[in-house]
Design a protein around this ligand. Sequence first.
Ligand code: RB5
Length: 161
Amino acid sequence: MTKPITVPQPMRIEIASDHAGFDLKCAIVQFLTRQGIGVIDHGAGSASPEASADYPDYAALVAASVSRGTADRGILVCGTGLGMTMAANRFHGVRATLCHDLHMAKISRQHNDANILTLGGRVLETPVALQIVEVWLQTPFDGGRHKPRIQKIDLITKRHA
Ligand code: RB5
C-alpha cells in the first residue's frame, strides 16, 4: 500500500477482539495509528488461551458504542469472525458484516452501509486483513435503492424483538 488512507473525518473508530483475534487486532491498531487514524481499543489484552476472553463481551463493548452513536465505525476480530458478527448484530442499528475479501468489504459498505467490520484472525493473512480494513474504511455507502432496504433491517428489530 503506497497511498495513505484517507477516511471521511471525523470518523470515530472502536475496535475489540477476543484472545483468538488479539494478534490481528494489534496489527490493525498499529496500521491505523501509523496512518494517523485514531482508534479506541477495548481489549482483549492477550492472545493467551489461559487469558481466554469471551467474544460476546468484547463485541458488546464496540456494538453498544455504534448502536448509541458514540462511535461511527467498529472493527471486531475473533478466530473466525462468526461469533463477533452474531453478537454485534443483536444491537439495534448495528450492521456487522464478516468480510474475507476485498469485494465483500467494498459491497458491505456500498450496499449495506456496514458500520461494523468483523474479521477472522485465524482465517485471514494479516496483509489481506489490512487491505480489507483499508477498503472498508474508505468506501462510501451508495444510498439510493439500498437505503430503504437497510431501514427495513431496523424495522425487523422493532417489530419482532
Ligand atoms: C475462540 O476459540 C473462538 O471460538 C472464537 O474466537 C470465534 O472464532 C467464535 O466465533
